[in-house]
Ligand binder design. Structure first.
Ligand SMILES: Nc1ncnc2c1ncn2[C@@H]1O[C@H](COP(=O)(O)OP(=O)(O)OP(=O)(O)O)[C@@H](O)[C@H]1O
Length: 247
């Protein structure tokens, strides 16, 4: 089972957000997409999950092997960028998860789903605001798993978390990726697992791909080198604003 993007382009009325993107993600190897703000990461997720706005034009092909019409929820689970706002604030988590399970005819109940993401059943009685940022992110992943989808797409699931919590969430998603396709976008190069597949995006295009450990130790593209140099542990060097990277 494979998630494939072949020559995918997305155009919004104001301009091109994805250009000729090829990507293959397979179970057993989580696939991370990194790139600066506006490089097209969220648009890529929306193209995969079928959540592009009506104003967008999609070209090329997105496919999930064995699923000619991949349904959101049961084939592609979506972990949204802002987990806190994906739950209704005025209802307890348990009821919201139970509703998602019913809708998707899931086989796992809310308690079992929470166990999958390392949360205690007591969280079911809580309102979203009574959970920490990391717990809400885990709950959002639990909701994405309600229909037991073979593909999970998480758009910047760590952006609201500190480095340690971010690492925990990445470890959780990586674990889920053992028998599923897991596609994750992030700004945070510091949390990438070495054995993940990595796609680097710049200005709507893929500029580099490879195994994370290799790309991060021997980046081929100047933009990837600049992203690495901007990490706190590498000196927090600002991304050059005047560099022309070519393609
Ligand atoms: N709904 C939309 N309508 C019009 N243009 C959009 C829309 N969503 C995104 N864009 C544009 O598409 C381009 C790519 O945006 P996108 O959100 O995919 O980037 P990103 O890499 O996810 O950025 P960030 O890291 O800041 O979330 C940007 O130029 C953005 O302004």
């Amino acid at each position: 089972m494979t998630l494939s993007l072949e020559g995918v382009g997305v155009r919004y009325p104001d301009g091109q957000a994805l250009t000729d993107v090829d990507l293959v993600a397979v179970p057993g190897r989580p696939h991370f997409v990194i790139g600066g703000s506006g490089s097209g990461k969220s648009t890529l997720c929306a193209a995969v999950t079928g959540l592009l706005p009506g104003s967008a034009t999609l070209t090329g092909k997105v496919s999930v092997e064995g699923h000619p019409r991949p349904r959101r929820g049961s084939v592609i689970g979506v972990v949204p960028q802002s987990a806190m706002t994906c739950f209704t604030p005025v209802r307890r988590l348990g009821g919201q998860l139970a509703e998602t399970v019913r809708h998707l005819r899931g086989e796992r109940g809310p308690e079992e789903l929470l166990a999958l993401v390392g949360l205690e059943a007591s969280a079911l009685k809580k309102y979203p605001h009574e959970l920490s940022g990391g717990m809400v992110q885990r709950a959002a992943i639990a909701a994405a798993l309600a229909g037991d989808p073979p593909v999970v797409v998480a758009d910047e699931p760590t952006s609201a978390l500190d480095r340690d919590r971010a690492r925990d969430i990445v470890a959780l998603l990586t674990g889920l990726g053992r028998d599923r396709v897991v596609l994750v976008t992030t700004h945070d190069l510091g949390v990438l697992p070495d054995d993940a597949d990595l796609t680097v995006m710049l200005a709507s295009r893929v500029v580099e791909t490879g195994r994370a450990a290799e790309v991060l130790t021997a980046p081929e593209h100047a933009y990837t080198r600049d992203l690495l140099a901007a990490l706190p542990e590498n000196g927090l060097n600002p991304l050059p604003t005047d560099r022309h990277y070519g393609s």
